[in-house]
Design a binder for this molecule. Structure first.
Ligand code: FCB
Length: 415
């Protein structure tokens, strides 16, 4: 078996997450959203993984980002499932044999049910529990150089602690700040643990960055809102990696500083980019903010109503470059039933990526979201992100034209 993959090549890949493809009877999301508990068979990848991994080969990617489902590995507080760990190891071995670089996400939104009930992120012991899981993974799994500790920590906090639409379903800014600190402490500790067992590891988070703009450019309140949102949502996490502090800046008051032990604990930055959001001040809405996707550039909206805005990718990459670490686009994709739209989305974003590289930005990889159609958080099964479609009745996978196009793009671009 090969154990080394050339390290200097541009990573062309696709990204997935375990729960969205596999489900899990032990995860908090299974009880949170009944789509999967009502149709457990649709998340068939746990049994069909060998067929799905063949699709990667067929596409010609040289990297694959996927996640471990923590609740399968630790279904109960003091129970480890070694078969689940062996399953993920087998996936890694197959990837390496096929010369495909594995990138593993340790936490992609879901938790074991026991964890979220007993140790939700705002509770201090959540740190120990998460690090036990990291420790178990590191003592059993071999062959992974690229690690993502947390997928979109800010989306997790917004959904779980401000909007209340994701587990643990809180709406409490004070708890959100406790949870933020605990999650970032976990990142810092996991970073050190990964490096002490894999010295040349590349460790990051996958940070969701959006293009954020005022709805009415002439309106000072809209402009202020967009500025605040840009700082909190896109930039404050990057500042935390630079300074070891999260600054919670209030518009007209002093900022609050939360020390977080993550200064420089980042070997590259994973950027997830999808869309632009326009913001408007509206005193009748929650927190005075109204959000909207508008089709300004003429690229249209996705099936989920998100604006397609390729130029936003350049904006977020330019900003992320200030960290002075390599950048990898760890997710970028579109929900649509139309292959034509998928191809247009992909081409326009990869054109921008190429332009950024030519301008000297250190971008080392691009992962299209996603390999196959899968369950989309809170949206169900109709958001078709896959390069391969899945018929959720027969479970048949079929390539879209976008799959052929992606294969061609990867070969034709000189990155
Ligand atoms: C991202 C999530 C990913 C997927 C895409 C569409 O924010 O990380 O799991 O749902 O959105």
């Amino acid at each position: 078996m090969k154990t080394e993959i050339a390290s200097d090549r541009f990573l062309w890949g696709v990204a997935t997450s375990a729960f969205q493809l596999e489900g899990s009877p032990y995860a908090d999301w299974t009880t949170w959203d009944s789509v999967l508990s009502d149709n457990p068979d649709v998340t068939s990848h746990y049994t069909l993984y060998k067929e799905d991994l063949k699709l990667l080969k067929e596409l010609g990617v040289n990297a694959y980002r996927f996640s471990f489902e923590w609740s399968r590995i630790q279904p109960r507080e003091n129970v480890w499932d070694y078969e689940a760990l062996a399953h993920y190891q087998e996936i890694i071995d197959i990837l390496i044999e096929n010369n495909i670089e594995p990138m593993v996400t340790l936490h992609h939104f879901t938790h074991p049910l026991w964890f979220i009930k007993k140790y939700p992120w705002h509770e201090y012991p959540s740190i120990r529990k998460f690090l036990d899981y990291v420790d178990k993974v590191l003592s059993t799994i071999r062959g992974v150089k690229y690690w993502i500790t947390f997928n979109e920590p800010y989306v997790l906090l917004l959904g779980g602690y401000l909007e209340g639409c994701m587990p643990p379903g809180k709406r409490d800014a004070v708890l959100a700040l406790d949870a933020l600190r605990n999650i970032l402490v976990c990142h810092g500790q996991a970073y050190d643990m990964i490096h002490s067992s894999i010295p040349d590891a590349m460790v990051s988070v996958a940070h969701n960055m959006a293009a954020l703009a005022p709805w009415r450019r002439w309106n000072p309140m809209d402009r202020l809102l967009a500025k605040i949102a840009k700082y909190f949502y896109n930039h404050s996490l990057l500042d935390a990696f630079l300074t070891g502090k999260v600054y919670v800046k209030f518009p007209f008051r002093k900022s609050l500083e939360i020390p977080v032990p993550i200064k420089d604990k980042l070997d590259f930055l994973g950027v997830n980019y999808y869309t632009r959001v326009h913001m408007r001040f509206n005193p009748f809405k929650k927190m005075g903010v109204e959000l909207r996707h508008r089709d300004i550039d003429g690229y249209g909206l996705t099936d989920m109503g998100w604006e397609i805005h390729p130029r936003g990718l350049e904006k977020v990459l330019r900003y992320a470059s200030k960290l002075d670490v390599p950048l990898i686009i760890t997710e970028n994709g579109i929900a649509t039933h139309s292959s034509r739209k998928k191809i247009r989305f992909m081409k326009s974003h990869i054109d921008i990526l190429e332009r950024c590289v030519r301008k000297g930005m250190d971008v080392r990889g691009y992962f299209y979201w996603s390999l196959i159609d899968n369950y989309e958080w809170l949206q169900g099964l109709d958001s078709r992100f896959g390069l391969y479609t899945v018929d959720f009745t027969t479970l048949e996978r079929k390539p879209t034209k976008a799959a052929f196009y992606y294969s061609y793009l990867m070969k034709s671009r000189n990155l």
